[in-house]
Every structure is written in structure tokens, then in C-alpha cells.
Design a protein around this ligand. Sequence first.
Ligand code: ATP
Length: 478
Amino acid sequence: MVFVFCLTVFYYAVVPAPNIDTIVSLAKRRGFVFPSSEVYGGLGSAWDYGPLGVELSNNIKQSWWRWLVYERDDIEGIDSSIILNRLVWRYSGHEETFNDWLVDCRKCKGRFRQDKVFDKNADGSFQPNQCPTCGSKDWTDARAFNTMLQTKLGAVADDDPSALAYLRPETAQGIFINFLNVQTSMRRKLPFGIAQVGKSFRNEVTPGNFILRTREFEQMEMEYFVAPDGDHWKLVDYWVEAYMDWFSSLGLSRENLSLYEVPGDERAHYSKRTVDVMYRYFPEREKPWEELMGIAWRTDFDLSAHSKNRLDAEGKRINPDSTEDLSYFDEPTKTRFYPHVIEPAAGVNRTVLAVLMDAYSERTNDKGETRVILKLVPKLAPIKAAILPLAKNKPEIVGMAKAIKRSLQPTLRAVYDDTGGIGKLYARQDEIGTPLCVTVDHQSLEDEAVTVRDRDTWEQERVKVADLADHLHRRLQM
Ligand code: ATP
């Protein structure tokens, strides 16, 4: 094997932490994420995933699913409906309490989430700040706003209350109501988990910051069911560490991740402990951190709330509408109880954004020209290898390059590209994070070998076509 090192005029001034705006423009220019409904002026908080964005987000979801459902022995996967019986949301408490607290600026009429524009005092009360739009301090009192998105089922009159339904604001409830189905059909004993990935919807008051906060988003949630007398505090720590390791495997550096022990007055009413994993989404701001995911000990609240047998202090059924009891019979101790739950809940979109921010780097040469290199870990790269002909007007070279692309495609995502000179083609692949480029040149026709170029080092290596698939798989660690 012959090694050829690429001579380059680029000097490396690596710029690691960009801001979200840098990513927005790269994402649009290169087909990761587009503003939605742009032909009609857009739709505030909605974004569409383009050809590369859908691959990146699928790769993140696949990595998560493999890690939890395939590589562990104690987790099952499901895919429940987005629209559930309305009673699910009544008994889960969402109808009553899934609220944001709103304040309006009396001067400019701007409407904001109170906790996003006011500072919090030590006693939990809020300290009014200036309106971020007009600077006024003339605020209305805070009032609750339920953020579940409503719809109507069936061909009914506009005002028929029985047709009211919600688009789920979390995937978790679909897991809780299937607890017994999964446990009995898969003959599971505690502890075990159920994982689900899918869309959720929240009528956010102030969506924004690109795909960080939207009204339609995707979640990867897992409910880990354990006995009520377990060490739940320690289990939260265990899952925090497990997720920190998983995020590292996606290329996120530890210095861009931090943990936030959520105080009692900020936790959901069902949670006895919540730790948020924060990402440095705003390196340029005074408050750089925003939530990437949360890990909550949800107690036995949800399973018992959906169960028909649970009684209140006066012996009355708490849930007269349920037809099931979601308790668990523990054979060794011959006891029946409602399992407790540890829930790691992560956002797909926020993970996509963090991955793009961490992978972004720039190199500038002595002429001041800048190149973007997206250092995605190979398992997340939308395209694993680009097959590039050195001369697109030479049918033998083009034919060989296309044949190589077709032969690789069954086992890894490869593309063929001949829409520019080789320097431009390399630059384009660097910018979208393709780890390896394969170049077919005149010599290839003679020696049945190609040049494999590394995205991060720009080193080139000559490889026999017969060994190419193995070589790429080894380099990509797939
Ligand atoms: P926030 O405080 O930022 O509104 P949350 O604490 O309400 O988030 P959870 O209910 O814990 O969020 O949801 C779990 C995860 O789902 C979040 O950590 C986040 O990654 C993702 N998520 C929640 N709301 C949104 C949204 N509007 N847009 C994108 N992702 C979201």
C-alpha cells in the first residue's frame, strides 16, 4: 500500500465553538435544515429537515435505539399513537397542570414565558426585568396557559366538546398505558425499561433559537421501571452518567455539557428528583447553557394515576374511568405494587443542534480563505464515503467510479459526485462531514486502485478496489 500525503496551503486556525447563527446558515446552505413553509413567508418555529438533516437525525435515533434496545438486555422498544384517549391526559395531570406562566408587556404587547424573561429570587418568586423587545417594565400579572395542542376527532360540529383530543406533549404517557401489555407479552421482570422515539407537540409561548425550541419536535424517551424500595437517587446518577457517555460517543465534548440539579420548585409535580443535562448552546452569551435532556425520578405517579384500583384517603377510587390496574406482582416477595420510574427524556432536535455545533470547525489559509470542516463522528455522518472521478469527461473513469459507488451502497451510505473540480468536491464533502472521499483517477484504470482521503487529516492513501469495502468499514469503525 502506498501512502500519499496531500500538500496544502491551508494553515489551521481551528474555530471550535460557533454560535447558533453559524449553524443556521450552514444547515440551509448544505441541505440539513430549511425554514419551513418558506414559500409562504415561513411559520415562526417550524423547520424542515433536508436530505442531509434527515440522515443525521435518523443516525442519532438509530444510535440511541441500538445503545438502549439492542445492546442492553433490559429494555424493550414500542411505538405508541400520537393521539391518545383524552382521559390519558386528564389522569396524567396534563389537562390541569401542563401550563406555562405567561406575562404580557403592556407597552409593546409582547407575550413571554415568565421564567424566560424574569430573574428568580431565592424564595422562588420572580423579579421583573425589562421587556426584551421594548425595554419597558410595565408587565401584566402572570397567568397559566396550557401548552397542549388541541385538535378534533371525526366529522363533528365545531363546538362539540366530546371530539376534543390532544397531540401528545410527551411520548412517555404512551409508554405508561402500555406497561402491562409490554410486561406480560415480553414476560419481563423488574427492573426493565421501555423506550420510544417520536414526535411530540407543545404550543410553546416563545419558540425560537432555530431547532432548539419548536412547537413540533421529536423526543427519545425511556421509562425504567423499578421496585418502590430501590435506591432511586443512585439510579438517577447511573442514567446521568450513562447518557454523558452516550453523548460523548456522538462527539459532544464534556466541556460543552453540564449538569443541573433541578430544585424542588422547578420540578414537575410528580418528580422527586430531576437532573438536567445542559449544553453550551450560547457560548457568546452571559447564560450559555440550555437543557439538552432531563432525567427524572417520576415515582409511581403515572402508573398509579392510570390504574382503576388506586384509592384516595377516603377510600374512593382516584380513577373511576380506568379499566385496568397497572400494578406489578413481584414473585420473590409475593407482593403487589406500582413500580417507580426513572425517566431519561432527550430531544432529538436539540441533540442534532448540539452535534452540529460541536462538530463545526474552520480552517483559514494564509490568503484568509476559510473552509468549514464538520467533524462528525462517522456513525452520525449523513454520507460515509463520496466517490469522486478525477476527470468527468473520461467515460472509463466515470464508469469505474459509479460502479464503486453501487458496490458500496448495500453496506454504507455512499454518493457519487462529479459536479466540480476535485478541490471543490473535497471542500463540499468536508463541509457536510463526510469522513472519507474516494478518488478514481487515470492510474486507477491501470492498477485497479483508488485514493482514499481523510476528512480531518487530509491524508491520502492508495487502496486496491478489491480491498476498498473492508478498508472503509475498518476506517469508519462500522
Ligand atoms: P424546557 O424547560 O426547555 O421547555 P422541558 O423541561 O419542558 O424543556 P421535558 O419535558 O423534560 O422538557 O422534555 C424532554 C426533552 O424534550 C427536553 O430536554 C428537550 O430536549 C426536548 N424538548 C422539550 N420541549 C421542546 C421543544 N419545544 N422543542 C424542542 N425540543 C424540546
